[in-house]
Ligand binder design. Sequence first.
Ligand SMILES: O=C(O)CCC(=O)C(=O)O
Ligand SMILES: [Mn+2]
Length: 192
Amino acid sequence: MPGSALSLIAGFYPAAQCRQIYQRLVTEQNWPDNHYLVAGRQFTLPRLQTWHADPGIVYSYSNNLLETRPWSPLLTELRQQLEDYLQAGFNAVLVNYYRDGDDYVGWHADDEPELGPQPLIASLSFGASRQFAYRQKKSARHGSLLLSDGSLLVMQPEFQHHWLHSVPGSAEPVGGRINLTFRKVLPGPATG
Ligand SMILES: O=C(O)CCC(=O)C(=O)O
Ligand SMILES: [Mn+2]
């Protein structure tokens, strides 16, 4: 593991609660179609995605692709539990639904300017286990860990500074998985 930049808490939620949370997310999220028009070109996202944020929070990533939705009661509850546990504040969450092993997220770092210089990200996973791969930006160091049902992965700011991450497609048949990354987006420049 990349030192203390990542910490994984398996079973942060117990199995019975995970099943409920997963089912609620599947049915309550009102998942959008994964075909988007970007700069006049059709683009297919290899997963389903929703973005929720406090009023007034603007994120270029979501702006380009996703509408900003309000927090549902379930998302609000999960946020509160993470905030209490981590003693940190979050004002936005990206929810990814990997329907099967064909769905994935490619290599990236969550280091958009709106997250500020020290982005802390709390990542909750429900449903099927998937590999979370990481590799150092400036060396060949790499590795992976398994994100299982009910796990909490805390990514410290240094992780986004020095490492990329991805959730590769799975050659093995695998069930659905929903991941939530809670973030703190800094307020943008005041408008009007
Ligand atoms: O699904 C995951 O575990 C990671 C998702 C992710 O990297 C992201 O939403 O930025
Ligand atoms: Mn990410």
